[in-house]
Every structure is written in C-alpha cells, then in structure tokens.
Design a protein. Sequence first.
Lengths: 242, 81
Amino acid sequence: MNKFYSNLLFSIVVTAVMNALDMLYHLATGWAVHLNYVAIKLTVIFLSVWMITQFIGIGKEEGIIASILGPFIFYIYYVFAGATLNREIFKIDEQFWFVFLHITLMLIAYFAAWNFVKSKQHYVRTISFIITASFFAITLDALFIMLRWRLQGIDEETAARWMTFSLILVPVASYIAGNAIGVLADNFINKKYLDRFAAAIVASVSIGLFSKDLMHAIFAFVFVNIAYYTIHSYKKGIMSKA
Amino acid sequence: MEKRGWLIQGIATGMIGSFYEFVPRKTIKSIAEFLLFDINILGHRIRHNDLILAGTILLIVSFVSFYKVYKLNAKRIKKKE
C-alpha cells in the first residue's frame, strides 16, 4: 500500500476519533457544538497529524508531539479569530484549560489508532479497534446530522441549540454496540466481511428503530463500512512499512 | 528536502503565518490593503477569519518543519556516535 494513502487514512481516523470524543464531552457538559466549529477543528487537527505522520513518521514521540501541536494551534486560532456564534448565548471552548482536555483526547485517539496496529496484546488491539471504529463512525454521523440541517436551511444558532447530548446518545450507543458485536463475530465465527456486516446491521437497525429515520439508518450502515475500510486499510499500510 | 530546505521553509511559513495570525486587521490594512485579499473567490468573500485560518495552517507547516530539522539533527548525532 502507498505510504501517502495509509498516512492520510491514519490521520483522518485520529482526527475523527478525537473530534467525536471532544463533541461528546461538549454535549454532555453543555458546551455548544456547531458545524463551523467542527470544520475548523477537523482541519487544524487533521493537518497537524497528517504533516507529522507524512514527513516525520508514526510513533510514540510523534503521537505526543501531534497531540500537543493540534490542540495548541487550535487554541491560538480561537483566540485570534472572530466569533461565529453569539458568545452570550453559547458557551464555546475558548478557555485555556480546554487545551489540556483536547491534548488528553488527542492522546486517546492517537494511541487507540496506533495500538490497534502495533500492540502485541489481543485485548489492547480489540479495545483500540472498538474505540477507533465507533468514534470514527460517530463523527461521520454527527457531520451527517449537522450537514443535513445546513442543507435544510437551518441557521447556525438553531442548529447549535438542537445539537444536544440526548440527540447523539442513540448513535453513540448503536455504534459502540455494533462494533462490539462485530468484534465478537470476528473472534467466534471468523468469516470474511461478517464482522463489518454484523456491526453495520446492528448500528443501522438500532438507529433506525430509535430515531425512526430511514435515511439516517442507511447512512449508519455506510458509516460503519467506511470506518472498517479506513481502519483496515491504514493498518495494512503501516504493517507493510514495518 | 534537506535540513537547510526544511529550515528555510520553517522560517518563511512561520513569519508569514505569524503575520496573518497575530497582526490586527487594521495594522495589515495600514501596511498595504492588498495584503487583506479583499476579493471574491467563487462567490465567497475572503474574510479576516479565512486569513487567520491560512495563518494557522502556515504555523502548522512551520512547526512541523522545525520538528523535522530537530529529527534530522538527532539522526545525524546518533550516526556520529
């Protein structure tokens, strides 16, 4: 596998997992999440991880540096950029202490993605995979929800008000349950593509049943497959480099 | 690219990036108005936040370049030993 392609996929996965963890924290504690905010964060974190991965490498030291650089640069952007949301109504993570939270979440995301490939222990690889695949799909799902509102013409402040923890709770539980079942299917039945199919079906049916939204369920099926494809592709790339 | 190239890239992107990131819009305007890129691209007007985002990206490039220089130095020292 091409080095550029596997580095690109690895960076996309780390960025998405970090953002999903961050989004969950924000929604659970009453901080606003909206599309512009997520888009900027995705761009800055992705570029930090990808540039270090592509031009320097993947490893423990590189992971720590990327985990500090991304959130710190993002903080600098936030301090100097103009507000896109009314800060009197919405709480945004512009305080300095958020840098430390973002660094912690980046470390979790980076080392989950890295340990899935490099760890010698089976349980570490399994847990890392469930974290990586679930939270990657959660980011895609959250982007789907926010983009759909944007295309429907919902303004930013209304969308930020609608984006709540209870809204994202069903996808979170569905993707984690789906990926756990996928791992079990892989361990006990071990048939090609059965794991991703089982994970996608569980997540999709669960989201369809709870949200009563067929389009969301179809996209959930696609998101799980994208997550599986991306994670296994970068794994192949990193393994072939080693 | 060799160490020198990375170093030049780090300094250049660091300077341009810092300029757009930290210098207030008014000051940039007083230096030269064209530096604000106050134009439309495919119907999108370049705002100050876009310039700050470009500055942020340049700062990332700069930091990674310096990190690469550090890694190349460390590699050279290790080789000597």
